[in-house]
Design a protein around this ligand. Structure first.
Ligand code: HEM
Length: 472
Protein backbone atom coordinates (compact mmCIF):
# COMPACT_ATOMS: atom_id res chain seq x y z
CA UNK A 1 0.00 0.00 0.00
CA UNK A 2 2.96 2.26 0.80
CA UNK A 3 4.02 1.88 -2.88
CA UNK A 4 0.51 1.86 -4.33
CA UNK A 5 -0.59 5.08 -2.65
CA UNK A 6 2.08 6.98 -4.59
CA UNK A 7 -0.30 6.62 -7.57
CA UNK A 8 -3.43 8.81 -7.64
CA UNK A 9 -6.64 6.90 -6.97
CA UNK A 10 -9.75 6.91 -4.80
CA UNK A 11 -9.50 5.41 -1.33
CA UNK A 12 -10.59 1.73 -1.51
CA UNK A 13 -13.34 0.48 0.82
CA UNK A 14 -12.74 -2.74 2.79
CA UNK A 15 -13.52 -5.93 0.79
CA UNK A 16 -14.94 -4.18 -2.29
CA UNK A 17 -12.19 -1.64 -2.94
CA UNK A 18 -13.30 0.84 -5.65
CA UNK A 19 -16.10 -1.38 -6.98
CA UNK A 20 -18.68 1.40 -6.46
CA UNK A 21 -16.74 3.77 -8.73
CA UNK A 22 -16.45 1.08 -11.39
CA UNK A 23 -20.15 0.22 -11.15
CA UNK A 24 -21.87 -3.06 -11.91
CA UNK A 25 -22.78 -2.61 -15.58
CA UNK A 26 -19.82 -4.14 -17.39
CA UNK A 27 -20.70 -2.29 -20.62
CA UNK A 28 -20.05 0.93 -18.71
CA UNK A 29 -16.78 -0.12 -17.06
CA UNK A 30 -14.46 1.40 -19.63
CA UNK A 31 -16.37 4.69 -19.50
CA UNK A 32 -16.12 4.68 -15.69
CA UNK A 33 -12.38 3.98 -15.91
CA UNK A 34 -12.03 6.86 -18.36
CA UNK A 35 -13.90 9.12 -15.90
CA UNK A 36 -11.32 8.14 -13.26
CA UNK A 37 -8.50 8.75 -15.77
CA UNK A 38 -9.75 12.34 -16.32
CA UNK A 39 -10.44 12.84 -12.58
CA UNK A 40 -6.89 11.83 -11.66
CA UNK A 41 -5.27 14.20 -14.14
CA UNK A 42 -4.83 12.00 -17.23
CA UNK A 43 -1.90 10.03 -15.84
CA UNK A 44 -1.24 6.52 -14.52
CA UNK A 45 -3.76 5.79 -11.75
CA UNK A 46 -4.74 3.13 -9.26
CA UNK A 47 -7.93 1.11 -8.77
CA UNK A 48 -8.60 -1.65 -6.22
CA UNK A 49 -11.22 -4.30 -6.96
CA UNK A 50 -11.80 -6.77 -4.11
CA UNK A 51 -8.32 -8.07 -3.35
CA UNK A 52 -6.85 -7.06 -6.71
CA UNK A 53 -4.80 -3.89 -7.14
CA UNK A 54 -4.64 -2.46 -10.64
CA UNK A 55 -2.29 0.21 -11.95
CA UNK A 56 -3.71 1.61 -15.18
CA UNK A 57 -1.03 2.94 -17.50
CA UNK A 58 -1.44 5.76 -19.99
CA UNK A 59 2.16 6.94 -20.29
CA UNK A 60 3.82 5.49 -23.44
CA UNK A 61 7.21 5.19 -21.67
CA UNK A 62 5.62 2.97 -19.03
CA UNK A 63 3.65 1.04 -21.65
CA UNK A 64 7.02 0.25 -23.22
CA UNK A 65 8.44 -0.90 -19.87
CA UNK A 66 5.68 -3.42 -19.24
CA UNK A 67 5.08 -4.71 -22.77
CA UNK A 68 8.74 -5.17 -23.66
CA UNK A 69 9.57 -6.79 -20.31
CA UNK A 70 11.16 -10.18 -21.02
CA UNK A 71 9.83 -11.91 -17.88
CA UNK A 72 6.53 -10.27 -16.94
CA UNK A 73 4.41 -12.23 -19.39
CA UNK A 74 1.53 -13.50 -17.23
CA UNK A 75 -1.99 -12.29 -17.95
CA UNK A 76 -4.24 -11.00 -15.13
CA UNK A 77 -5.74 -13.82 -13.07
CA UNK A 78 -9.32 -12.49 -13.38
CA UNK A 79 -8.98 -12.42 -17.19
CA UNK A 80 -7.61 -15.94 -17.30
CA UNK A 81 -10.40 -17.20 -15.03
CA UNK A 82 -12.96 -15.67 -17.42
CA UNK A 83 -11.27 -17.11 -20.52
CA UNK A 84 -10.71 -20.58 -19.06
CA UNK A 85 -14.37 -21.57 -19.33
CA UNK A 86 -14.41 -20.81 -23.05
CA UNK A 87 -10.94 -21.62 -24.33
CA UNK A 88 -9.23 -23.71 -21.64
CA UNK A 89 -5.57 -23.10 -20.95
CA UNK A 90 -4.59 -22.08 -24.48
CA UNK A 91 -1.85 -19.82 -25.88
CA UNK A 92 -3.61 -16.65 -24.76
CA UNK A 93 -3.85 -17.67 -21.08
CA UNK A 94 -1.00 -20.13 -20.49
CA UNK A 95 2.46 -19.24 -19.24
CA UNK A 96 5.98 -20.62 -18.90
CA UNK A 97 7.05 -23.60 -20.98
CA UNK A 98 3.51 -24.42 -22.20
CA UNK A 99 3.02 -20.92 -23.62
CA UNK A 100 6.52 -20.85 -25.14
CA UNK A 101 6.18 -24.19 -26.99
CA UNK A 102 2.68 -23.44 -28.29
CA UNK A 103 3.69 -19.98 -29.48
CA UNK A 104 6.78 -21.43 -31.20
CA UNK A 105 4.63 -24.00 -32.97
CA UNK A 106 2.28 -21.26 -34.19
CA UNK A 107 4.90 -18.73 -35.28
CA UNK A 108 5.98 -20.53 -38.47
CA UNK A 109 2.42 -20.21 -39.83
CA UNK A 110 2.87 -16.44 -39.93
CA UNK A 111 6.14 -16.07 -41.84
CA UNK A 112 6.12 -13.70 -44.80
CA UNK A 113 6.35 -16.57 -47.30
CA UNK A 114 3.30 -18.26 -45.84
CA UNK A 115 1.41 -14.95 -45.80
CA UNK A 116 2.00 -14.68 -49.53
CA UNK A 117 0.32 -18.07 -50.03
CA UNK A 118 -2.56 -17.04 -47.79
CA UNK A 119 -3.26 -13.96 -49.91
CA UNK A 120 -4.41 -16.16 -52.78
CA UNK A 121 -6.94 -17.97 -50.56
CA UNK A 122 -8.03 -14.63 -49.17
CA UNK A 123 -8.80 -13.17 -52.58
CA UNK A 124 -10.77 -16.29 -53.55
CA UNK A 125 -12.90 -16.10 -50.41
CA UNK A 126 -13.36 -12.40 -51.01
CA UNK A 127 -15.04 -13.17 -54.36
CA UNK A 128 -17.74 -15.08 -52.44
CA UNK A 129 -18.28 -12.12 -50.12
CA UNK A 130 -18.46 -9.67 -53.02
CA UNK A 131 -21.10 -11.82 -54.75
CA UNK A 132 -23.27 -11.86 -51.64
CA UNK A 133 -22.89 -8.14 -51.02
CA UNK A 134 -23.63 -7.48 -54.68
CA UNK A 135 -27.06 -9.05 -54.09
CA UNK A 136 -27.60 -6.84 -51.02
CA UNK A 137 -26.48 -3.67 -52.83
CA UNK A 138 -29.12 -0.96 -53.08
CA UNK A 139 -31.52 -2.95 -50.89
CA UNK A 140 -31.32 -1.05 -47.61
CA UNK A 141 -29.22 -1.63 -44.52
CA UNK A 142 -26.46 -4.25 -44.47
CA UNK A 143 -25.09 -5.36 -41.10
CA UNK A 144 -21.39 -5.85 -41.79
CA UNK A 145 -20.91 -8.00 -38.67
CA UNK A 146 -23.39 -10.49 -40.10
CA UNK A 147 -21.44 -11.02 -43.32
CA UNK A 148 -17.86 -10.40 -42.24
CA UNK A 149 -17.96 -12.87 -39.33
CA UNK A 150 -18.68 -15.98 -41.45
CA UNK A 151 -16.45 -14.63 -44.23
CA UNK A 152 -13.47 -14.21 -41.88
CA UNK A 153 -14.17 -17.56 -40.22
CA UNK A 154 -14.10 -19.23 -43.66
CA UNK A 155 -10.78 -17.58 -44.42
CA UNK A 156 -9.25 -18.59 -41.08
CA UNK A 157 -10.45 -22.20 -41.49
CA UNK A 158 -9.21 -22.29 -45.06
CA UNK A 159 -5.78 -20.75 -44.43
CA UNK A 160 -4.89 -22.19 -41.00
CA UNK A 161 -6.97 -25.36 -40.71
CA UNK A 162 -6.93 -26.52 -44.34
CA UNK A 163 -10.73 -26.97 -44.23
CA UNK A 164 -13.35 -25.13 -46.29
CA UNK A 165 -16.57 -24.86 -44.25
CA UNK A 166 -18.30 -22.17 -46.33
CA UNK A 167 -20.03 -20.49 -43.38
CA UNK A 168 -20.79 -17.53 -45.61
CA UNK A 169 -23.62 -19.61 -47.10
CA UNK A 170 -24.95 -20.07 -43.57
CA UNK A 171 -24.49 -16.87 -41.50
CA UNK A 172 -27.16 -18.06 -39.01
CA UNK A 173 -25.04 -21.06 -37.99
CA UNK A 174 -25.15 -21.51 -34.15
CA UNK A 175 -21.43 -20.60 -34.03
CA UNK A 176 -22.35 -17.01 -34.93
CA UNK A 177 -25.77 -16.95 -33.31
CA UNK A 178 -24.51 -17.73 -29.81
CA UNK A 179 -21.01 -16.47 -30.63
CA UNK A 180 -22.23 -12.90 -30.59
CA UNK A 181 -22.83 -13.17 -26.80
CA UNK A 182 -19.36 -14.48 -26.06
CA UNK A 183 -17.64 -11.13 -25.56
CA UNK A 184 -20.41 -9.82 -23.27
CA UNK A 185 -20.25 -13.06 -21.26
CA UNK A 186 -16.45 -13.00 -21.06
CA UNK A 187 -16.51 -9.38 -19.90
CA UNK A 188 -19.01 -9.99 -17.14
CA UNK A 189 -17.02 -13.06 -16.02
CA UNK A 190 -13.90 -10.87 -15.92
CA UNK A 191 -15.43 -8.41 -13.47
CA UNK A 192 -17.34 -10.86 -11.34
CA UNK A 193 -15.67 -13.05 -8.75
CA UNK A 194 -18.79 -14.95 -7.84
CA UNK A 195 -19.14 -16.21 -11.40
CA UNK A 196 -16.13 -18.41 -10.72
CA UNK A 197 -18.14 -20.13 -7.94
CA UNK A 198 -19.80 -22.73 -10.16
CA UNK A 199 -22.52 -24.00 -7.75
CA UNK A 200 -23.97 -20.45 -7.63
CA UNK A 201 -23.26 -19.40 -11.20
CA UNK A 202 -24.78 -22.57 -12.64
CA UNK A 203 -28.20 -21.48 -11.34
CA UNK A 204 -28.31 -18.43 -13.64
CA UNK A 205 -29.49 -17.83 -17.20
CA UNK A 206 -26.04 -16.40 -18.00
CA UNK A 207 -24.47 -19.76 -17.15
CA UNK A 208 -26.88 -21.54 -19.52
CA UNK A 209 -26.08 -19.00 -22.29
CA UNK A 210 -22.40 -19.53 -21.67
CA UNK A 211 -22.68 -23.33 -21.76
CA UNK A 212 -24.51 -23.16 -25.08
CA UNK A 213 -21.99 -20.74 -26.59
CA UNK A 214 -19.04 -22.85 -25.40
CA UNK A 215 -20.62 -26.00 -26.85
CA UNK A 216 -21.18 -24.36 -30.25
CA UNK A 217 -17.62 -23.05 -30.42
CA UNK A 218 -16.07 -26.35 -29.40
CA UNK A 219 -18.31 -28.37 -31.75
CA UNK A 220 -16.92 -26.44 -34.71
CA UNK A 221 -13.35 -27.09 -33.49
CA UNK A 222 -14.18 -30.80 -33.18
CA UNK A 223 -15.48 -30.76 -36.75
CA UNK A 224 -12.27 -29.07 -37.96
CA UNK A 225 -10.13 -31.62 -36.11
CA UNK A 226 -12.09 -34.58 -37.52
CA UNK A 227 -11.87 -33.29 -41.09
CA UNK A 228 -8.15 -32.58 -40.77
CA UNK A 229 -7.48 -36.02 -39.37
CA UNK A 230 -9.31 -37.58 -42.31
CA UNK A 231 -7.31 -35.47 -44.73
CA UNK A 232 -4.03 -36.44 -43.09
CA UNK A 233 -5.02 -40.11 -43.16
CA UNK A 234 -5.90 -39.89 -46.81
CA UNK A 235 -2.58 -38.17 -47.57
CA UNK A 236 -0.66 -40.86 -45.76
CA UNK A 237 -2.47 -43.67 -47.54
CA UNK A 238 -1.82 -42.11 -50.92
CA UNK A 239 1.83 -41.68 -49.86
CA UNK A 240 1.88 -37.93 -50.40
CA UNK A 241 4.62 -37.49 -47.82
CA UNK A 242 6.18 -34.61 -49.71
CA UNK A 243 2.95 -32.61 -49.45
CA UNK A 244 2.62 -33.51 -45.79
CA UNK A 245 6.14 -32.25 -45.09
CA UNK A 246 5.41 -29.03 -46.96
CA UNK A 247 2.28 -28.43 -44.89
CA UNK A 248 4.25 -29.07 -41.70
CA UNK A 249 6.79 -26.50 -42.77
CA UNK A 250 4.41 -23.65 -43.02
CA UNK A 251 0.95 -24.12 -44.38
CA UNK A 252 -1.54 -25.62 -42.03
CA UNK A 253 -1.53 -24.85 -38.32
CA UNK A 254 -4.06 -27.49 -37.32
CA UNK A 255 -2.02 -30.24 -38.99
CA UNK A 256 1.00 -29.08 -37.00
CA UNK A 257 -0.94 -29.53 -33.77
CA UNK A 258 -2.11 -32.96 -34.90
CA UNK A 259 1.39 -34.09 -35.86
CA UNK A 260 3.28 -32.65 -32.88
CA UNK A 261 4.24 -34.49 -29.71
CA UNK A 262 4.32 -33.49 -26.06
CA UNK A 263 7.72 -33.50 -24.28
CA UNK A 264 6.93 -37.07 -23.10
CA UNK A 265 6.58 -38.22 -26.71
CA UNK A 266 2.78 -38.64 -26.58
CA UNK A 267 0.56 -36.94 -29.21
CA UNK A 268 -1.13 -33.73 -28.03
CA UNK A 269 -4.54 -34.75 -26.53
CA UNK A 270 -7.51 -33.73 -28.67
CA UNK A 271 -9.00 -31.71 -25.80
CA UNK A 272 -5.86 -29.54 -25.73
CA UNK A 273 -5.92 -29.07 -29.50
CA UNK A 274 -9.57 -28.09 -29.24
CA UNK A 275 -8.66 -25.38 -26.68
CA UNK A 276 -6.07 -23.90 -29.04
CA UNK A 277 -8.22 -24.10 -32.18
CA UNK A 278 -11.27 -22.64 -30.40
CA UNK A 279 -9.27 -19.68 -29.11
CA UNK A 280 -7.49 -19.15 -32.41
CA UNK A 281 -10.52 -19.24 -34.69
CA UNK A 282 -12.65 -17.13 -32.39
CA UNK A 283 -9.98 -14.46 -31.83
CA UNK A 284 -8.93 -14.31 -35.46
CA UNK A 285 -12.37 -13.97 -37.05
CA UNK A 286 -13.91 -11.71 -34.40
CA UNK A 287 -11.16 -9.10 -34.04
CA UNK A 288 -10.73 -8.63 -37.78
CA UNK A 289 -14.49 -8.50 -38.39
CA UNK A 290 -15.18 -5.81 -35.84
CA UNK A 291 -12.15 -3.72 -36.85
CA UNK A 292 -13.09 -3.76 -40.55
CA UNK A 293 -16.74 -3.06 -39.76
CA UNK A 294 -15.84 -0.11 -37.55
CA UNK A 295 -13.55 1.24 -40.27
CA UNK A 296 -16.44 0.98 -42.76
CA UNK A 297 -18.65 2.92 -40.35
CA UNK A 298 -16.14 5.81 -40.31
CA UNK A 299 -15.58 5.57 -44.07
CA UNK A 300 -19.35 5.90 -44.62
CA UNK A 301 -19.53 8.84 -42.22
CA UNK A 302 -16.67 10.95 -43.65
CA UNK A 303 -16.99 11.56 -47.41
CA UNK A 304 -13.64 13.33 -47.68
CA UNK A 305 -11.88 10.30 -46.23
CA UNK A 306 -13.75 7.90 -48.52
CA UNK A 307 -12.71 9.99 -51.52
CA UNK A 308 -9.03 9.98 -50.42
CA UNK A 309 -9.21 6.22 -50.02
CA UNK A 310 -10.70 5.68 -53.47
CA UNK A 311 -8.09 7.99 -55.03
CA UNK A 312 -5.34 5.93 -53.40
CA UNK A 313 -6.90 2.73 -54.78
CA UNK A 314 -7.15 4.20 -58.28
CA UNK A 315 -3.51 5.30 -58.18
CA UNK A 316 -2.46 1.77 -57.31
CA UNK A 317 -4.74 -0.18 -59.67
CA UNK A 318 -4.68 2.31 -62.58
CA UNK A 319 -6.50 0.83 -65.61
CA UNK A 320 -7.11 -2.60 -64.11
CA UNK A 321 -9.43 -1.43 -61.36
CA UNK A 322 -11.06 -4.69 -60.32
CA UNK A 323 -7.80 -6.64 -60.20
CA UNK A 324 -7.05 -8.67 -57.06
CA UNK A 325 -4.44 -7.00 -54.87
CA UNK A 326 -0.91 -8.38 -54.59
CA UNK A 327 1.37 -8.01 -51.54
CA UNK A 328 3.09 -5.17 -53.35
CA UNK A 329 -0.25 -3.37 -53.87
CA UNK A 330 -1.14 -3.84 -50.19
CA UNK A 331 2.17 -2.33 -49.09
CA UNK A 332 1.33 0.80 -51.06
CA UNK A 333 -2.03 1.35 -49.29
CA UNK A 334 -0.68 3.79 -46.70
CA UNK A 335 -3.84 5.88 -46.38
CA UNK A 336 -6.01 2.78 -45.92
CA UNK A 337 -3.58 1.70 -43.20
CA UNK A 338 -3.90 5.11 -41.54
CA UNK A 339 -7.72 4.88 -41.65
CA UNK A 340 -7.66 1.48 -39.92
CA UNK A 341 -5.15 2.74 -37.33
CA UNK A 342 -7.34 5.76 -36.63
CA UNK A 343 -10.35 3.43 -36.31
CA UNK A 344 -8.40 1.38 -33.77
CA UNK A 345 -7.56 4.59 -31.91
CA UNK A 346 -11.18 5.71 -31.70
CA UNK A 347 -12.55 2.24 -30.97
CA UNK A 348 -9.70 0.05 -29.67
CA UNK A 349 -10.67 -3.49 -30.67
CA UNK A 350 -8.85 -4.84 -27.59
CA UNK A 351 -9.73 -2.42 -24.83
CA UNK A 352 -7.12 -3.38 -22.21
CA UNK A 353 -3.82 -5.26 -22.27
CA UNK A 354 -2.88 -6.68 -18.90
CA UNK A 355 0.01 -8.29 -17.07
CA UNK A 356 -0.01 -9.83 -13.58
CA UNK A 357 3.42 -8.88 -12.30
CA UNK A 358 5.63 -11.20 -10.25
CA UNK A 359 8.41 -8.75 -9.29
CA UNK A 360 8.30 -5.06 -8.30
CA UNK A 361 8.19 -3.03 -11.51
CA UNK A 362 10.05 0.30 -11.72
CA UNK A 363 8.27 2.82 -13.94
CA UNK A 364 9.87 5.66 -15.94
CA UNK A 365 9.49 8.22 -13.12
CA UNK A 366 11.00 5.85 -10.52
CA UNK A 367 7.70 4.89 -8.85
CA UNK A 368 7.33 1.19 -8.12
CA UNK A 369 4.36 -1.04 -8.88
CA UNK A 370 4.52 -3.73 -6.18
CA UNK A 371 4.78 -7.42 -7.11
CA UNK A 372 1.38 -9.13 -7.23
CA UNK A 373 -0.42 -6.11 -8.77
CA UNK A 374 -2.11 -6.10 -12.15
CA UNK A 375 -0.72 -3.62 -14.66
CA UNK A 376 -3.23 -2.62 -17.35
CA UNK A 377 -2.64 -0.63 -20.51
CA UNK A 378 -5.93 1.21 -20.94
CA UNK A 379 -5.88 1.79 -24.69
CA UNK A 380 -8.63 4.40 -24.70
CA UNK A 381 -6.73 6.49 -22.10
CA UNK A 382 -3.62 6.53 -24.31
CA UNK A 383 -5.69 7.36 -27.37
CA UNK A 384 -7.72 10.18 -25.83
CA UNK A 385 -4.72 11.99 -24.36
CA UNK A 386 -4.43 15.33 -26.26
CA UNK A 387 -0.71 15.47 -25.48
CA UNK A 388 -0.29 12.34 -27.63
CA UNK A 389 -3.14 12.86 -30.11
CA UNK A 390 -4.22 16.51 -30.50
CA UNK A 391 -7.98 17.01 -30.85
CA UNK A 392 -8.45 13.37 -29.81
CA UNK A 393 -12.22 13.13 -30.42
CA UNK A 394 -11.85 13.96 -34.12
CA UNK A 395 -11.46 11.13 -36.64
CA UNK A 396 -8.35 12.23 -38.51
CA UNK A 397 -6.38 9.43 -40.23
CA UNK A 398 -3.64 11.84 -41.34
CA UNK A 399 -2.27 11.75 -37.77
CA UNK A 400 -1.01 8.26 -38.61
CA UNK A 401 0.64 9.31 -41.87
CA UNK A 402 3.81 10.49 -40.10
CA UNK A 403 5.75 9.41 -37.02
CA UNK A 404 3.90 8.94 -33.71
CA UNK A 405 5.43 8.69 -30.27
CA UNK A 406 6.48 5.04 -29.81
CA UNK A 407 4.01 3.03 -27.70
CA UNK A 408 1.36 5.79 -27.86
CA UNK A 409 -0.92 3.34 -29.69
CA UNK A 410 -0.46 -0.41 -29.31
CA UNK A 411 -3.64 -1.99 -30.72
CA UNK A 412 -1.81 -5.29 -31.32
CA UNK A 413 0.21 -5.01 -28.09
CA UNK A 414 4.01 -5.21 -28.38
CA UNK A 415 7.00 -7.17 -27.12
CA UNK A 416 7.36 -10.92 -26.59
CA UNK A 417 3.64 -11.51 -26.01
CA UNK A 418 2.27 -9.32 -28.78
CA UNK A 419 -0.48 -10.36 -31.17
CA UNK A 420 0.90 -13.26 -33.15
CA UNK A 421 -1.63 -12.61 -35.94
CA UNK A 422 -1.07 -8.89 -36.55
CA UNK A 423 0.63 -9.31 -39.97
CA UNK A 424 -2.12 -11.68 -41.07
CA UNK A 425 -4.80 -9.33 -39.72
CA UNK A 426 -3.40 -6.47 -41.79
CA UNK A 427 -3.27 -8.68 -44.87
CA UNK A 428 -6.90 -9.78 -44.44
CA UNK A 429 -8.23 -6.33 -43.57
CA UNK A 430 -6.44 -4.44 -46.34
CA UNK A 431 -7.33 -7.04 -49.00
CA UNK A 432 -10.99 -7.04 -48.00
CA UNK A 433 -11.38 -3.29 -47.64
CA UNK A 434 -9.53 -2.65 -50.91
CA UNK A 435 -11.80 -5.09 -52.79
CA UNK A 436 -14.91 -3.55 -51.18
CA UNK A 437 -13.91 0.08 -51.78
CA UNK A 438 -13.32 -0.47 -55.49
CA UNK A 439 -16.76 -2.03 -55.99
CA UNK A 440 -19.07 -0.26 -53.60
CA UNK A 441 -19.76 3.22 -52.42
CA UNK A 442 -20.14 3.00 -48.64
CA UNK A 443 -23.08 4.98 -47.29
CA UNK A 444 -24.17 5.88 -43.79
CA UNK A 445 -26.77 3.71 -42.07
CA UNK A 446 -27.56 3.48 -38.36
CA UNK A 447 -25.29 4.90 -35.64
CA UNK A 448 -23.51 2.00 -33.85
CA UNK A 449 -23.83 1.67 -30.07
CA UNK A 450 -20.28 0.87 -29.03
CA UNK A 451 -19.69 -1.11 -25.85
CA UNK A 452 -16.10 -1.26 -24.60
CA UNK A 453 -16.09 -4.88 -23.52
CA UNK A 454 -12.99 -7.12 -23.54
CA UNK A 455 -13.30 -6.51 -27.26
CA UNK A 456 -15.04 -3.27 -28.25
CA UNK A 457 -18.13 -4.08 -30.27
CA UNK A 458 -21.35 -2.41 -31.29
CA UNK A 459 -24.49 -3.67 -29.56
CA UNK A 460 -26.58 -3.04 -32.71
CA UNK A 461 -24.04 -4.27 -35.27
CA UNK A 462 -22.57 -2.02 -37.95
CA UNK A 463 -25.37 -1.18 -40.35
CA UNK A 464 -24.35 0.63 -43.51
CA UNK A 465 -25.71 0.88 -47.06
CA UNK A 466 -23.93 -0.11 -50.24
CA UNK A 467 -24.33 1.30 -53.71
CA UNK A 468 -22.43 0.71 -56.95
CA UNK A 469 -19.11 2.53 -57.19
CA UNK A 470 -18.74 4.28 -60.55
CA UNK A 471 -15.03 4.54 -61.19
CA UNK A 472 -13.94 7.43 -63.41
C1 HEM B 1 -7.56 -6.32 -35.77
C2 HEM B 1 -7.27 -7.53 -35.39
C3 HEM B 1 -6.55 -7.90 -34.13
C4 HEM B 1 -6.23 -7.16 -33.03
C5 HEM B 1 -6.55 -5.69 -32.77
C6 HEM B 1 -5.51 -8.03 -32.13
C7 HEM B 1 -4.98 -7.65 -30.91
C8 HEM B 1 -4.37 -8.50 -30.01
C9 HEM B 1 -3.89 -8.11 -28.71
C10 HEM B 1 -3.96 -6.71 -28.12
C11 HEM B 1 -3.40 -9.23 -28.12
C12 HEM B 1 -2.93 -9.34 -26.68
C13 HEM B 1 -1.48 -9.29 -26.52
C14 HEM B 1 -1.08 -9.02 -25.10
O1 HEM B 1 -1.75 -9.40 -24.13
O2 HEM B 1 -0.06 -8.39 -24.97
C15 HEM B 1 -3.54 -10.32 -29.05
C16 HEM B 1 -3.14 -11.62 -28.80
C17 HEM B 1 -3.27 -12.65 -29.69
N1 HEM B 1 -3.77 -12.58 -30.98
FE1 HEM B 1 -4.47 -10.90 -31.88
N2 HEM B 1 -5.42 -9.27 -32.69
C18 HEM B 1 -6.02 -9.24 -33.92
C19 HEM B 1 -6.10 -10.27 -34.84
C20 HEM B 1 -5.59 -11.53 -34.65
C21 HEM B 1 -5.60 -12.57 -35.66
C22 HEM B 1 -6.13 -12.41 -37.07
C23 HEM B 1 -5.05 -13.68 -35.07
C24 HEM B 1 -4.79 -15.04 -35.68
C25 HEM B 1 -4.71 -15.26 -36.98
C26 HEM B 1 -4.69 -13.34 -33.71
C27 HEM B 1 -4.14 -14.20 -32.80
C28 HEM B 1 -3.75 -13.83 -31.52
C29 HEM B 1 -3.20 -14.78 -30.56
C30 HEM B 1 -3.00 -16.28 -30.77
C31 HEM B 1 -2.89 -14.04 -29.41
C32 HEM B 1 -2.27 -14.57 -28.12
C33 HEM B 1 -0.76 -14.36 -28.19
C34 HEM B 1 -0.02 -14.77 -26.92
O3 HEM B 1 -0.57 -14.65 -25.83
O4 HEM B 1 1.13 -15.19 -27.07
N3 HEM B 1 -5.03 -12.02 -33.50
N4 HEM B 1 -4.13 -9.86 -30.20
Amino acid sequence: WRLLEKFPGDYPLPFIGNALQIGFNTDETCKRLMDLFYKHGMQNFRVTLGMENWILLSDPDDVKIILSHPNELSKPIERNAAMLKFFGNSVSTSEGEKWRTTRKLMVSSFHYRSLEQKLEALNTNCDRLLNILEERRGRGLVDMYRYLKPYMMDIVCDTFMGVDLNFLENPDHPYFDTGRNVIALLTSNYFSHWRTIDPLFSLTQRYRDMTEAVKNIRDVSDMLITKSKERLKEMRSSNRDEKLKKERDGLCLLDKFLLSRLPNGEPIPEEMINDEISLFCYTAHYTTTITMSHALYYIAKYHRIQKELVDEQLNIFMDDRLRKPTLDDLNKMKYLEAVVKETLRMVPTVSKIGRQIHQDLVLSDGRIVPAGSTVLVLNKALHMNPALFPDPHTFYPERFCGQNKPYSSVPFSAGPRNCIGSGYAWLAMKTTLSNLLRRFQINEGIEPKFAYRMLSESRNGVQIMLSKRHLE
